[in-house]
Structures are given as structure tokens and as C-alpha cells.
Design a binder for this molecule. Structure first.
Ligand code: ZN
Ligand code: ZN
Length: 361
């Protein structure tokens, strides 16, 4: 069945996103059509429109979403019509070297920034963000890009698990392996950064210092579990040292994706400590580290892609944590909006306001 749906499309580099009518392809074998019920506005969506990333156009935005299966193609075994699903923007192939060596988040097939899936806009092929293009009433995706979640989880929580929460929680648990009593600094308090704060506290970190550019995020940070809040300034590394016995933190999480904040995270960390880059930045934003400071500091600098996680395993596990009340997500959503209000949400995000804006369909 061919469907015409409303979707948020960027026509060209620098253009303001607008709601357009997109024609979805008929589903083929192994494909699924999902009616989107909730979709979060993630910093990576903003990066697709503000010049940080250079995706192809026209492009349907959106990749953090949940919905219900309305049609399943031939041979689909994972879900049936009516199933509630979270979308996975990095679905592992299970066959490449990375997938077969325990690192499915680095799958060579999965990490496609934007691709064509047969959708069209006025007869022209349109690209979909991360294989999903989830700022849309419906999407057509491969079977492996959907993960069944319990009906009682709710659409908003299911959407958050698909990007912000899996990314933030995985960075703490899988990438950094934060342990009881550790000290942690989190720079950048969007949906991902606040998830890092909550996961670090839940992992038993004794000190969780949350850092952002204004006081605006203080209450959100404290609700998420931060023990301290600092506004970023020239004296940041000194301020952090003063709160970590003069040494610097065991772990620093950079959730912005900029050279300056990666440097700040580096300086915030103790000798032998660990810097985890969670934010995705520009290709030409260079981080400068001297040969001597790399050696002398004995620090580890690493990245965390999609929480170093296996979403097929970890999204259902996180769903159970939400249902049992051990993982709280409600505070992450600060705005509930419609599709046409997403550009205004990008503006709020650019100004550093709020946490997640959630599109409700
Ligand atoms: Zn995202
Ligand atoms: Zn693979």
C-alpha cells in the first residue's frame, strides 16, 4: 500500500525545515511500516541543519522515535502488526567483523548518516536521517531497525530509549564503566548529558559535577542526580579540582561535540583518568594536545558511539528499568510539540534552553 504522509524535510543546506507531504515506498520483504507516535528532538538533528554535519538533501529529519507497527513485509519475524517498537538508528548487520567481534555499535553497515529508502517528495528521491527519517507520521524501515518494547512503557519513554537514554546510559556503563565512589564530570546537559548524570549517580558515583553554559540547567541537573552544578568559565578546571580532592575527576563526559569542551573535559580529569567524548562534532574542529601532556597525564581519551551498546539487548533491559521505577525519564522532556514546531525547538536547543522537546503525533 502506498502512503502519503507528513514529514519534516530540509530541502537544501541552510534551508529552514518545513512540513512536506512525502510519498512512502511500498514495503518489501523484511521491511516494516511504523506509525510514529513520539519523536524526540536530538542534538544530532540540529547538527544536520546548522552546518555541523553535511548530509545530502532533500532530507527527512528525526531518528529518536517510537511507534506501532502497521504493516510487516514478507518474512518478517521480529514483530507483528500492532507491536509497539522503539527505532534503532544503528541497526547491526550481525555479520561484519565488528558485529562478530562484540562491537555491534561499530557495525560497518549500520552507521549511514542519511540514505534513500524509496521515499519521494514531488517525485524526487528524498533521504532519510540515519535510515529512519522519524519526524514523519510513518516510516518504512528494515526489520532490524525496530525493537519491540512493552505496551505499558509509553511512547515518550520508548522514543527516549532509542537515542538519548541508550547513548547516555551506555557511555557510563559500557564505555567508561563508572564504579562505586568514582568522581564524574559531565559537560553539556541536553538529553544525553542529563542521561549521563542519572546513570553515573545510579552507578554509585560519589561526586557528579554537571557543567553547562548558564544557570538555566541547574534544576534539571539536580533532578537528574548531580551533586554539584557549575557554569562553565575560565576557572572550570580549578573549580573541579577543588571538588575532587585537588586531583581532578576520575571520568569526564563531553556531551557537546566541540574541541573547546573536549579540552575542558581533558583538563577536568585526574592523572590517569578517562575522558569520554559522547558529543558528535565537526570534521574540521581540531583538538590540540601536546605530546608531553598526553604522556605525562596518562589519561585515556575515547569516544562512545551509541553508548557502546547492543540496542537489541539493552533497549528492552532499559525498558524494564523504567517500568520498575529504577530509571526515571519524565524530567528529560521539557517541551511537548507538534511536527511544525520542531524548528522552534532547534532554536531553543541552540540557545541552550530545556532538555528534550518531544514531538507527539
Ligand atoms: Zn540522537
Ligand atoms: Zn555489522
Amino acid at each position: 500500500m502506498t502512503a502519503y504522509i507528513r514529514a519534516l524535510v530540509v530541502r537544501d543546506a541552510g534551508a529552514r525545515p518545513a512540513v512536506e507531504e512525502v510519498r512512502l515506498p511500498e514495503i518489501g520483504p523484511g521491511q516494516i511500516r511504523v506509525r510514529i507516535r513520539a519523536a524526540g528532538v536530538c542534538h544530532s538533528d540540529l547538527s544536520m541543519v546548522n552546518g555541523t554535519l553535511r548530509p545530502p538533501h532533500p532530507l527527512v529529519l528525526g531518528h529518536e522515535a517510537a511507534g506501532e507497527v502497521v504493516e510487516a513485509g514478507a518474512g518478517v519475524t521480529r514483530v507483528r502488526e500492532g507491536a509497539h517498537v522503539a527505532l534503532n538508528w544503528s541497526p547491526p548487520c550481525r555479520e561484519c567483523w565488528f558485529c562478530t567481534h562484540g562491537e555491534p555499535w561499530l557495525c560497518v553497515q549500520a552507521n549511514v548518516a542519511a540514505l534513500e529508502n524509496g521515499s519521494t517528495l514531488n517525485g524526487t528521491p528524498v533521504h532519510v536521517t540515519l535510515g529512519l527519517g522519524a519526524f514523519a507520521e510513518q516510516v518504512v524501515v528494515p526489520e532490524r531497525a525496530v525493537i519491540p518494547v512493552p505496551d505499558e512503557l509509553g511512547w515518550e519513554s520508548a522514543a527516549l530509549l532509542g537515542c538519548a537514554v541508550l547513548t547516555g546510559t551506555g557511555a557510563v556503563r559500557n564505555t567508561a564503566r563508572v564504579a562505586e565512589g568514582d568522581s564524574v564530570v559531565v559537560i553539556g546537559l541536553g538529553g544525553v548529558g542529563l542521561s549521563v548524570v542519572a546513570a553515573a549517580r545510579a552507578a554509585g558515583a560519589a561526586t557528579v559535577i554537571a557543567v553547562d553554559v548558564t544557570e538555566a540547567k541547574k534544576a534539571l541537573a539536580e533532578t537528574a542526580g548531580a551533586t554539584e552544578f557549575l557554569v562553565s568559565s575560565e576557572t572550570l578546571s580549578r573549580d573541579i579540582r577543588a571538588r575532587t580532592a585537588g586531583r581532578g575527576a576520575d571520568h569526564a563526559f563531553e556531551c557537546v561535540g566541540r574541541a573547546a569542551t573536549i579540552r575542558a573535559a581533558w583538563r577536568a580529569t585526574r592523572r590517569g583518568g578517562q575522558v569520554v567524548v559522547v558529543g558528535m562534532g565537526r570534521a574540521d574542529d581540531m583538538v590540540e594536545l601536546s605530546a608531553l601532556e598526553i604522556f605525562n597525564s596518562a589519561r585515556t581519551l575515547r569516544a562512545s558511539v551509541y553508548g557502546s551498546s547492543d540496542p537489541d539487548r539493552e533497549i528492552p533491559a532499559l525498558a524494564q528499568e523504567v517500568l520498575s521505577g529504577t530509571l526515571k525519564l519524565d524530567h528529560l522532556i521539557t517541551d511537548r510539540i507538534t511536527l511544525r514546531e520542531v524548528p522552534a525547538a532547534f532554536d531553543r536547543m541552540s540557545r541552550g534552553e530545556g532538555a528534550r522537546s518531544m514531538v507527539i503525533f
